[in-house]
Design a protein around this ligand. Sequence first.
Ligand code: HEC
Length: 272
Amino acid sequence: MVRIFGPLIGLFFAAALLWSFGVGVVQQIREPDPSTAVKDFHLAPKEEPTFSFEGPFGTFHNRQLQRGFQVYKEVCNNCHSLKQIAFRNLTDLGYTPAEVKAIAKNWATKAKTFDPKTGDAGERPNTPADHIPPVYYAGTGNPPDLSLITKARHDGPHYVYSLLTGYRDQPAELLKKYPDSKTPDGLYYNPYFANLNIAMPPPLTTDGQVTYSDGTKATVDQMARDVAAFLTWTAEPKLDKRKQTGWAVIGFLLAATALAYLAKRNIWADQH
Ligand code: HEC
């Protein structure tokens, strides 16, 4: 019975697969997807540069994360919140508790307080236990919270880097092929953004926009890399730990497998 039904069921699945493939092909020939400006001019994130945290052995480099934090603090924090991060988390980047205390205390946006007796709202300096205060933004567009952005976009770190370094003039061929695709006033052309026109003005424009305390030259490219690395840390602070644990688990499983094999040989030694 199985000999008859087995191949028949297999044939059925193979036929169904071929059929749906064929239908797709016919449809594509009859009615090809219309070409659109986004389809023709949108670019996938750049593969270069590679980051220190890529690959199974990759780890964060604290100096880079500190530089990225500085870029976030001095540039991006004018518009973007980072609500998932508390100041005390910054000790992960190699800052001492005293430094974290000072960073929190000197943060430009103060922590909001609320007096339950009078109902009055007030302000106080941040402490390491506070989360980075939300940012108020009144310009065009809605800057998303950046805590998880590298997880929310495909190929996150490369996407953020490409977006920041991707601003340019609209290519002439684009306007020639799609005359009504001129970037509207108040938006900026960026082929890495999903619909090519982004409300964020180019945030990193000049070399030396921030002054790195470790002496690294703050080129636009360098700042974009550093802040992309920092935003990878905010989205997955335990990345290093996860990889280390993974290797330990694999090592343990290998050792356990070897033990199990030896035990089997031992137990069955006199059975032939
Ligand atoms: C002047 C305000 C402003 C500054 C400064 C700024 N941004 Fe933005 N950003 C925006 C706005 C507005 C949007 C929303 C854009 C849209 O939806 O068209 C945005 C969107 C984004 C996005 C999301 C794009 C997407 O795929 O949805 C990322 C990532 C981003 N910004 C990163 C940064 C980084 C990193 C910095 C600092 C280097 C920065 N931004 C500085 C205003 C700003």
